[in-house]
Ligand binder design. Structure first.
Ligand SMILES: NC(=O)c1ccc[n+]([C@@H]2O[C@H](COP(=O)([O-])OP(=O)(O)OC[C@H]3O[C@@H](n4cnc5c(N)ncnc54)[C@H](O)[C@@H]3O)[C@@H](O)[C@H]2O)c1
Length: 429
């Protein structure tokens, strides 16, 4: 029997607890064990132990300066990085310096400069970085990859991806640390890295050049639906929340508690000195909520992208056109929140010549992100599925490419010019 892998978790976040700690505590306890938890906030350890009481025995460490002590005392093989985005780079570099492997949540880091630091550090290390791009694992997204690999589309010429995030989920980014570019890289990095990674993986091509427009339309000080100008309010204690369209879309006048939110969870006072219900109209918000971008790939595909963080329903439309055919994938991520009868997805293939349209069904699994998370967990903790026949796990190069595409998007918006990925990644492109 092979020895259990030893994992240290840096950042006991909502995602860290549910995706990684939960999985290792339950399904994969034969294959791996958590040997340490590190966070800047001791309350996070309590929150974790409230959900997984066995975690009470696990040594805890406070802050990045305790990393070396943690490694010396607990001897992990792999560091799981699930902290606030801007801190990922700290733990990746520290882990690589000690020749440890890293499993990192997306985005790998928040700047192109940090991408280069990670890629340089990985060259000098025996450790390797895996970035957990879970969207790749959704059954319909895997099917798109398989259709492309079968040659159904031919040479890919153009891709359209329009992503819609509803008022429930979209607003959550503007209530939390994510709303500051210095924390998350902005949503073209924090969120869109998922989308850029998915398209690059489908195409098996490298992004070359980006031109984008973007704006803060719905949130921030000039948000049209702000019921009262002023900073520093919180939903839980806001005197004007019954006049806030975003709050009332998901709550009732008679409710004593605010609506449950995708990212806020139901745990009360889950953090010390930080409230994840900050006002979505605060003037400090310095990121965009709407983007369109044109992206050129190295083997000729042209990619047209848009994302909107305040839509009436949540999902995306992806279209892949090639010299032999076309794939269309229309996904609804939150049928229960959609204000009309909706299907979870439709996937179709149309040959360019000599045939009509094939509607395609896929076998979905239970679990987070449309059944994607459990399959990713299996690859991480049992090893990549040997029967799959194509590459699906993401390394640091892939993580960097997605971050740089996101940075190119917001830089193109600010600087009103096209930005190349090579100017951001430099010698690592
Ligand atoms: N792949 C996905 O679908 C998915 C979904 C949600 C979140 N995520 C990613 O997971 C990560 C966590 O997101 P979340 O929304 O669960 O976060 P969260 O707000 O629940 O938690 C952030 C955690 O980081 C900790 N932290 C802050 N600074 C730190 C530091 N210097 N050192 C150590 N810990 C520090 C905070 O105390 C907190 O525990 C993010 O990188 C996010 O992008 C990915």
């Amino acid at each position: 029997m092979t020895a259990k892998k030893r994992y240290a978790v840096c950042g006991v976040s909502g995602r860290g607890i549910h995706m990684f700690i939960g999985a290792l505590q339950k399904k994969f306890r034969e294959q791996g064990e958590i040997v340490a938890m590190l966070d800047i906030d001791a309350r996070r350890f309590e929150v974790c132990c409230e959900q997984f009481p066995d975690m009470k025995q696990i040594p805890t460490f406070i802050g990045e300066d305790s990393f070396d002590d943690m490694v010396a005392k607990t001897n992990p093989d792999t560091v799981i990085v699930t902290s606030m985005d801007r801190t990922h780079v700290i733990y990746i570099l520290k882990a690589l310096a000690k020749n440890l492997n890293v499993i990192c949540e997306k985005p790998m880091v928040t700047t192109s400069e940090d991408c280069r630091r990670v890629l340089e550090a990985e060259k000098q290390s025996k450790g390797r970085v895996t970035v957990t791009f879970n969207y790749r694992y959704a059954a319909h997204c895997r099917k798109v990859k398989e259709l492309i690999l079968e040659g159904k589309v031919g040479r890919i010429t153009s891709v359209d991806l329009n992503w819609y995030i509803d008022t429930y989920h979209g607003a959550s980014y503007f209530k939390r640390w994510n709303r500051m570019r210095e924390n998350s890289g902005g949503l073209s990095i924090h969120k869109s890295t998922h989308h850029f990674d998915l398209v690059s993986w489908w195409l098996d091509q490298k992004p070359v050049e980006v031109f984008a427009f973007g704006a803060l339309n719905y949130f921030g000080a000039n948000g049209e639906t702000n019921p009262l100008k002023g900073d520093g309010r919180h939903c839980g204690t806001c005197a004007v929340r019954n006049d806030c369209a975003y709050y009332m879309r998901w709550a009732a006048r008679s409710a004593t508690q605010g609506p449950k939110d995708d990212h806020l969870g139901t745990v009360k006072a889950a953090y010390t000195n930080y409230r994840p219900d900050m006002c979505i109209f605060d003037s400090a918000i310095n990121i965009e909520d709407t983007y369109t971008a044109a992206i050129k790939y190295d083997k000729g595909a042209l990619f047209s992208y848009s994302v909107n963080f305040s839509a009436p329903y949540e999902g995306f439309l992806a279209v892949i056109n090639g010299t032999k055919g076309r794939i269309e994938l229309n996904v609804n991520h939150a049928v229960s929140r959609t204000p009309f009868p909706a299907k979870e997805y439709t996937l179709s293939y149309m040959p360019l010549f000599g045939g009509a349209r094939d509607m395609i069904d896929v076998l979905e699994r239970e679990g987070g992100h449309g059944g994607a998370d459990p399959i990713l967990q299996e690859d991480l903790f049992l090893g990549p599925d040997p029967k799959r026949g194509y590459e699906i796990m993401s390394n640091a190069n892939v993580g960097a490419m997605a971050v740089c595409t996101g940075e190119a998007v917001w830089k193109s918006v600010k600087e009103k010019r096209s930005v190349t990925i090579a100017e951001l990644l430099k010698e690592f492109y």
